[in-house]
Design a binder for this molecule. Structure first.
Ligand SMILES: *Cc1c(COP(=O)(O)O)cnc(C)c1O
Length: 353
């Protein structure tokens, strides 16, 4: 049997995947042309389910890309008019900033400590910046930015557009999509699917912005993508299998409010173990900035090595620490695809420390 992974991406996939693979094969959808009605219906139905299950406003548009990384470039290329301003505390936010800066040297950033909530009243973002990029769930250091903070930033800067990286939280927690115009994720995290598909969600205002900017000519120029998406088609032969699997996972999942409650209850159970343990420490000590979908556990290098080895001996793989945090931490994905037995096994293992 495959080892049970708690890595926050690629992560453990849904148990029903073998059935969905079989179904995709039998339906013949894997050989369907992406300009055909079969594909267009799949796109349409997936967008409908996406909005219904995740609470995305009706007038937003779902676009398919190849990854969250690709969305970083699309946003700078096709939506930023002057420059973007990035708020982050960890490696993924830093990477997004780096990609944006490569395309546009005027890009700027505010770097937060992982235990510090964003002080919106002290925030100063000048007129040279028209898009604010926020990494809502920073997978690398297991932090999050709350819906309330995002709302406050939006309220302070009504003339700027917010772009929110929710790669490791979308479909795991409740997000208020009305608070921002640009949202994105990839499916190998909370959606419990194999990698190779990204999603980009745009408000009508963001779509208008793309048209206003008029950027064209790249294979992933947003205007080119939107022209195709208007007919439920894609700008290149897409990952049809990924889209089909996404459709089936969305169809099976409960409403996001129910998923959110379960995610929260599981995270509370994990937090209580860390609080009561003499060996385990929170990577993020401030509960207000602690992610709900990724738990970071810190400790001495030797201890981290040992607990990871002991987990492996029990058929489980802890997610490694990311980047500079690799030797002194491990991470646990609190994603919906984990079934109750698997979660109980994790709890029993951690309780021994
Ligand atoms: C995983 C991750 C990404 C990158 O996702 P890809 O699908 O590999 O491009 C970006 N941002 C965050 C917060 C992530 O967790």
């Amino acid at each position: 049997m495959a080892i049970l992974t708690f890595a926050p991406g690629p992560s453990k996939v849904h148990d029903k995947l073998p059935d969905y693979f079989q179904e995709a094969f039998q339906l013949g959808i894997l050989s369907a042309n992406h300009r055909s009605a079969v594909f267009m219906d799949l796109y349409k139905d997936t967008e409908r389910l996406f909005k219904e299950k995740l609470g995305v406003p009706d007038d937003y548009k779902l676009l398919f890309t190849s990854s969250a990384t690709e969305n970083w470039e699309i946003i700078t290329q096709s939506l930023v008019l002057k420059s973007s301003f990035h708020i982050y505390s960890g490696s993924f936010g830093k990477k997004w900033f780096g990609f944006a800066q490569h395309i546009n040297p005027n890009t700027a950033a505010l770097v937060l400590d992982k235990n510090t909530t964003l002080a919106v009243d002290e925030l100063e973002i000048g007129a040279d910046f028209d898009i604010i990029g926020i990494t809502q769930n920073e997978t690398a250091n297991a932090t999050q930015v709350s819906n309330e903070t995002i709302a406050a930033v939006g309220k302070k800067y009504p003339d700027k557009m917010l772009a929110i990286d929710t790669t490791s939280s979308m479909a795991g927690i409740n997000l208020d999509f009305s608070l921002a115009d640009i949202w994105y994720a990839s499916v190998q995290k909370c959606f419990g699917l194999p990698a190779g598909l990204g999603v980009l969600i745009l408000s009508p205002k963001a779509i208008k912005r793309a048209e206003e900017k008029g950027e064209n000519g790249r294979y992933n120029s947003l205007n080119f993508m939107l022209e195709n998406a208007a007919n439920f088609q894609t700008h290149y032969t897409p990952n049809v299998l990924g889209i089909f699997l996404l459709n089936r996972v969305l169809a099976e999942m409960p409403n996001i409010s129910e998923v959110h409650e379960k995610t929260e209850a599981r995270m509370k159970a994990l937090e209580s173990i860390v609080e009561n343990s003499s060996a385990l420490d929170f990577l993020v000590s401030n509960p207000a900035t602690r992610s709900r979908t990724v738990l970071g556990v810190g400790g001495a290098e030797n201890f981290i090595k040992r607990i990871k080895a002991e987990a492996e001996a029990n058929g489980m793989q802890m997610g490694s620490g990311y980047g500079p945090l690799k030797p002194t931490s491990f991470r646990i994905a609190n994603f919906p695809a984990l079934n109750d037995l698997e979660f109980d096994k994790l709890i029993a293992f951690l309780k021994a420390y």
